[in-house]
Design a protein around this ligand. Structure first.
Ligand code: ARG
Ligand code: ZN
Length: 480
C-alpha cells in the first residue's frame, strides 16, 4: 500500500530517481513547488507545538544527530558551513522546515539528491524530490554561511554574539538557529558533532569531548562530540583567545575549562572553574551519577552575556559573576545542577521551566549548606519572608511567556521543592532527587509527570501542595 502510493507520488513529482544525483545549485528564491504534496504526503508543521513559543521547532520529523562542519573567521565574523542532519519522518512529509535565522543557504540535499528550499523569516522550508514516508530515516545536508548574529533580543543577549575578534553562541529559550539549521525546540534532542576550523592560535570550544585537533595552513580544526542527546539551546560555541585547561577527572572523564584571556589569570574566574569537578562530585552525592561524558565550563568576556547558561557538559558564564574577590561557586553549582535538571532531563515545553530552574536554585541551597553551613531550611525561610508580589502573583507552573525567567520560576520553584521535602520527609525526598533524573535520563519531562512521580513516592495525592505552590496567584501558608 505504502509502496504503491509512493510510486504515484514519484511519478507526479517527475523525480530523478535512479539517475545520478544532480549537483547542488543555488536554491530558488521563491517558494518551491511542492510536487510531493498529494494524497497523504503533507508539509510538516512550522512549529513544534509549544504553547508559549508556537513557532519554535518544527513538526513531522525527529532528529537523531547533527554534524556541523564550520569554518569561522572571528576577525570578520565570517562563517562557511555544512550541516548534516540525520532524522526520521514522524509523518508522511511532502516537505519540512528547519529553523535558521539570517545566513544564506547555498544548497540543500536530502539523501544526496538536490532539494528545493525557500526562506520565510526564521523558517527554512525544504521540499525533497520525493515524499518522505512516516518512519523513513533521511539525511539532510545544508551548505550555508554568512555573518551570524543575535536572535531574540527581547529576552536578553542570545544567539551568535560577535565582538572584537571573538564570538560566543548561546541563549535560552533559543539560540541554535543563529548558527546552524536546526529543529530548535528542546523536545527534539539529538547528538552533535561540531567540527570548527578557526585561525591557528584561536580557541574554538564547544560541548562534550574534544575528539581531535589538527592544524594545517594556518588554520586549526577542533572536533567536539556530544554523544548524549542534547536540547538545541544547550549547544554552544566559543571562539577567541582563551586559557584552555584540559585534564581528566578521577572517573576518567575529560575536563575542559576555558577562561577568556582578557580576564585576570589566577583570578576569581580561573578559581571558580578549577572547582568544577569538586562541585559536580558534591551534586552527584545528591542527584546520582553525573550524566555526561565530559566536564567543564567557559567564562566569556562579553558583557552582553549578563547571565550563565547550562550548555551541556560545559556551561557558559558571563564575566559579571567573577568581578568580586569571592569564588562565586553558587553559580557553578547552579549551572552544574542543570546538567541533571534541564540537560539530561529536559523540558518538553517551555512552560515547565521550573523543573529546570527550581531544581538548580535548590541546588544552590544544598551547595551553600555543604560549603558554608548555611542551612537549606534557613534559605527557604529567608526566601519565603523576603518574597513579594513578583513571586506570589506569578505561578511558577504557568508563569506566562513574559515571566518565564522570573524570580518566581527560580525561587518559588525551589521553595516548592522544599515544601515537598517537608511533606515527604528527607529519606523519600532525597531518594526522589536521584530517581527522577535516573528515570528520565537523556529524555524530556512535564510537570504533570513530575507530580505523578512525587505522588508515587509519597503514596498519596499531593494535589493541594502543587496547586498552592505552582499554580495559585497567592502566597501559600507555610506547611504545618
Ligand atoms: N538558564 C539560565 C540559568 O538560570 C538562565 C538563562 C537566562 N536567559 C536569558 N535569556 N537571559 O542558568
Ligand atoms: Zn538556571
Amino acid at each position: 500500500m505504502r509502496r504503491a502510493l509512493l510510486a504515484v507520488v514519484l511519478v507526479v513529482a517527475g523525480c530523478t530517481s535512479g539517475g545520478p544525483a544532480p549537483a547542488p545549485s543555488p536554491s530558488t528564491p521563491s517558494a518551491p513547488p511542492s510536487p510531493a504534496a498529494s494524497g497523504r504526503f503533507q508539509p510538516g508543521a512550522a512549529g513544534a507545538g509549544d504553547p508559549y513559543y508556537p513557532t519554535y521547532g518544527n513538526g513531522g520529523y525527529d532528529v537523531a544527530s547533527y554534524q556541523l562542519r564550520l569554518r569561522y573567521d572571528p576577525a570578520g565574523n565570517r562563517l562557511t558551513a555544512t550541516a548534516t542532519i540525520v532524522a526520521t519522518a514522524t509523518a508522511d512529509l511532502s516537505r519540512f522546515n528547519l529553523d535558521l535565522a539570517g545566513l544564506t543557504v547555498q544548497s540543500v540535499t536530502v539523501d544526496g539528491t538536490r532539494a528545493a528550499s525557500a526562506r520565510d523569516g526564521n523558517e527554512l522550508m525544504i521540499t525533497p524530490a520525493r515524499g518522505l514516508a512516516k518512519g523513513t530515516r533521511f539525511t539532510v545536508q545544508v551548505a550555508y554561511g554568512g555573518r551570524p548574529g543575535p536572535v531574540n533580543p527581547r529576552l536578553g543577549a542570545g544567539g551568535f554574539l560577535h565582538d572584537d575578534g571573538e564570538a560566543v553562541a548561546l541563549g535560552q529559550p533559543e539560540s541554535a538557529s543563529s548558527w546552524f539549521p536546526v529543529n530548535d525546540h528542546p523536545s527534539d534532542k539529538a547528538t552533535y558533532t561540531v567540527e570548527v576550523t578557526v585561525p591557528e592560535g584561536v580557541s574554538a570550544i564547544s560541548n562534550g569531548v574534544l575528539a581531535g585537533r589538527s592544524t594545517a595552513d594556518g588554520w586549526t580544526t577542533w572536533r567536539w562530540e556530544e554523544r548524549a542527546p542534547m536540547a538545541s539551546y544547550l549547544a554552544t560555541l566559543a571562539v577567541g583567545e582563551y586559557r584552555v585547561i584540559t585534564g581528566e577527572h578521577n572517573d576518567g572523564k575529560p575536563v575542559v575549562t576555558a577562561v577568556d584571556s582578557s580576564l585576570p589569570a589566577g583570578g576569581p574566574a580561573d578559581r571558580a572553574m578549577a572547582r568544577t569537578t569538586e562541585i559536580a562530585d558534591f551534586l552527584a552525592t545528591q542527584f546520582g551519577p553525573y550524566p555526561f561524558d565530559a566536564y567543564g565550563g567557559i567564562v566569556v568576556d562579553d558583557t552582553r552575556v549578563n547571565y550563565a547558561l547550562e550548555t551541556q557538559s560545559r556551561p557558559v558564564y558571563g564575566p559579571s559573576f567573577f568581578l568580586g574577590p569571592g569564588d562565586a561557586t553558587w553559580v557553578v553549582a547552579h549551572e552544574l545542577a542543570h546538567q541533571w535538571f534541564g540537560d539530561s532531563v529536559s523540558v518538553q515545553r517551555w512552560q515547565d521551566l521550573w523543573l529546570n530552574e527550581g531544581f538548580a536554585s535548590y541546588a544552590e541551597w544544598l551547595w551553600a549548606e555543604h560549603e558554608s553551613g548555611y542551612p537549606v531550611e534557613q534559605a527557604f525561610l529567608d526566601e519565603y519572608e523576603r518574597s513579594g508580589d513578583e513571586v506570589w502573583q506569578v505561578p511558577p507552573g504557568d508563569p506566562g511567556v513574559e515571566n518565564l525567567f522570573s524570580r518566581s520560576v527560580y525561587k518559588r520553584g525551589a521553595m516548592t521543592l522544599h515544601v515537598l521535602r517537608k511533606t515527604l520527609g528527607d529519606d523519600a525526598f532525597f531518594r526522589m532527587l536521584k530517581e527522577w533524573p535516573a528515570q528520565k535520563r537523556n529524555g524530556n519531562a512535564t510537570t504533570a509527570e513530575f507530580i505523578a512521580f512525587a505522588e508515587q513516592i509519597a503514596g498519596t495525592s499531593l494535589r493541594s501542595l502543587f496547586d498552592a505552590w505552582l499554580y495559585q496567584k497567592s502566597k501559600p501558608p507555610l506547611p504545618q
